[in-house]
Design a protein. Structure first.
Length: 353
């Protein structure tokens, strides 16, 4: 991007600037504060997990009106620590619900999802009255303005990635929140699997004219099988390895209007080609170890080294590529992105080597 030449200073220009300021006005020619550029970053799981476990000892999970109504450790980009945010659109945090604990029921205008990192399958998220059991690798959707609560009746901790478009909804002045008024939890009206059965390829005639996001659970076994079968069929892309989208169960479009979810497999020893695009992406390493080379310029990049369960971030319009360090085992990455927002606004742009 080229730099603009400043308007030459003069007493008359200084006087004009004073008058503009007094009337809450500004001239196009005046400089303005630029937003900080987000930094490529990696959050080691060892640090995340140790802080999360410590929070389980010192932060008691509170009631719905308490600041600790959810116990999460938030991923913060170093460029925007003042916002305590991962990106300007999407927030990723890691949540802990200990045995016997309940995160009480509420709803909000921010869309949210959960990707399970640790659990024994006994705990669940209740979304609009449906019990959605949470096993490692499962993806549970809680679309905006849906009632949801979490409960762990088992003997082991449940840990998951919390992902919300809260920063986008706040920026658009469209952030609303409501607590459930009839107790800490909504009644369970539908048992686990109801959404998948009702939205399978053989299903009741279902309409969704607004194309809105729907409460849904994507099971990890299905995602893993799809990855392996696609790889075995030789459908490996030089830029992404095997890349699959968690599709909207009715439209086949993005997972949610504001958050796209993907899972990908980088074959053993592979290095992908470089690409960049106008969307921000946060990754969680399901298995394997590798390095992601990221930078605004092809020749000047940071190397983000990652291992199992680490999280890392690739900013918008940064060149990046993946390398799987293992010569024997594939690396598997789960990712969330604001790409659906960019595509819906006609602002998505992509460039490849």
């Amino acid at each position: 991007m080229s730099e603009e030449h400043a308007v030459p200073e003069s007493l008359a220009l200084e006087a004009l600037h004073q008058r503009l300021a007094e009337n809450s006005l500004g001239g196009h020619w005046q400089s303005r504060e630029r937003s900080a550029k987000l930094k490529p970053w990696v959050w080691p799981w060892s640090a995340i997990y140790s802080c999360l476990m410590e929070s389980g000892e010192v932060v008691k999970l509170g009631g719905i009106d308490d600041a600790a109504k959810r116990r999460t450790v938030q991923l913060v980009n170093p460029a925007i620590t003042n916002l305590k945010a991962t990106t300007r659109t999407i927030q990723m945090s890691i949540q802990l619900v200990k045995p016997g604990e309940r995160a009480e029921c509420h709803r909000h205008s921010a869309a949210a999802l959960r990707f399970v990192a640790e659990g024994d399958g006994t705990g669940y998220t209740n979304v609009e009255g449906e019990e959605m059991l949470m096993e490692p690798g499962d993806l549970v959707l809680t679309p905006n303005w849906t009632w949801h609560d979490h409960y762990n009746p088992g003997k082991n901790n449940i840990v998951w990635l919390d992902v919300l478009d809260s920063h986008l909804s706040t920026y658009l002045d469209a952030s609303f929140h409501e607590n459930y008024g009839e107790g800490p939890a909504q009644p369970i009206l539908k048992r686990d699997g109801y959404c998948r059965r009702g939205l399978s390829v053989v299903r009741p005639r279902t309409g969704n004219p607004a194309g809105r996001a729907l409460p849904y659970t994507y099971k990890w076994g299905d995602a893993l099988n799809a990855l392996k079968e696609t790889a075995a069929a030789g459908q490996v892309d030089p830029y992404n390895g095997v890349l699959l989208e968690y599709a909207h169960p009715l439209s086949g479009g993005p997972t949610m209007p504001t958050i796209g979810c993907w899972v990908q497999l980088i074959p053993p020893g592979a290095t992908t080609k470089s690409q960049r695009h106008t969307s921000s992406t946060i990754y969680h390493v399901v298995q394997g170890e590798g390095v992601t080379s990221v930078g605004e310029k092809k020749a000047v990049r940071d190397n983000l080294n990652w291992g199992a369960k680490d999280c890392f971030f690739v900013p918008s319009w940064n060149w990046y590529q993946f390398t799987n360090k293992s010569s024997k085992e594939p690396a598997i990455l789960f990712s969330v992105t604001d790409r659906p927002v960019l595509e819906s606004l006609g602002l998505f742009r992509e460039e490849r080597d």
